[in-house]
Ligand binder design. Sequence first.
Ligand code: CTP
Length: 404
Amino acid sequence: MMTGKVIVLGVTGGIAAYKAAELVRLFVKGGAEVHVLMTASARQFVTPLTFQTLSRNPVHTDLFNCIEEQEIGHISLADRADLVVIAPATANTIGKIACGIADDLLTTTVMATKAPVLIAPAMNANMYMNPLYRSNEERLRNHGYLFVAPVKGMLACGWEGEGKLQDPAIIYQEALSALTGKDLYGEKLLVTAGPTREELDPVRYLSNHSSGKMGYAIARAARRRGAEVVLVSGPVCLEPPYGVKTIKVVSAAEMTEVALREFAAATMVVKAAAVADYRPEIRAEAKMKKKGASLTLALTQNPDILAEMGKIKEERILVGFAAETAALVQNALKKLREKNLDLLVANDVTQEGAGFSVDTNIVKILCRDGSIEDCPLMDKELLADIILDRILAVRDQKRGRESE
Ligand code: CTP
């Protein structure tokens, strides 16, 4: 997604300038060609050599540099950019851009480019709340400039509040999003992810090995592609995706309640969660004490959320997952039909590189019309986009049928 893209990264003069080094690293790792522009103030904080080393390209600093003008030229950088990112962006630079001032290399490039511009502000909390700054930001937003809001925290100036540069990993995700077509715009996607925990007593529970990585990757990819995403997540160790409404739940009963509530507004549903099929019949109020050599637990069946959704799905597109250890296609086809699904993503979790915990997966995507697509070993991030492509194909097929 980032491969071969030309990113022009503007670094302005704030203490967070050093964090832009990590951003350059992420862009380069993602396969982008990175050109860094530094303002004079930025050079007070970090040397151009840092960015030159990381980007493997010369760093541009002056508007009127004979050598640079001959070799590259500020206009040609503006033309070549697929995306301009400014991180950190000071109130001063944002104010200048909002007023159409182009008095240095960065503001001139921003003025001249036709590429999207993504701004990651970082400043003192009071400056960030200043009505003059706010109106500049609003003005730029109205003109289509994209922003990644800063976060709250302890600022270098000693104040606590909003103004800390957003995490470079999130700025990177937002840059990816700016480069991605919005083919899911207007869709409301509900994703469930992770395991559920069924408590036996205050210290023990029954659960499974689901890491939530597949569901989270789908939520991120769908947000990037313009969908409004709600993620209902069991207990996992993952950061909630930026820009996604994430609702944390613990038990299957909680997941049922929340998922069915959110289902009402959804146009598409992907149920990647590994819901526990059973819960203990009784949850002990106090810690259970050991008694004898063996213990028999009485379990009660949990509701099948996906099957419930299948009964009331109407025009929604419903996608299930199946984690199998044997007779993959046979079991998966049964689930597809019985739960009234449009697509089913089946994985044999005994295969190396597939299923729980790992970053990759090997799946078969089963369609209602009986077709089966083999997806070889690949990163879950990549697979997420393939699953979304197949969902779009189902949507377009349904729409085509309606208009006939
Ligand atoms: N699912 C669900 N609610 C449950 C159990 C499963 O919504 N109580 C959903 C999962 O999110 C997944 C699909 O159903 O999308 C298949 O889950 P899986 O555990 O593979 O299958 P089960 O239907 O539970 O059947 P079995 O455990 O017998 O394989």
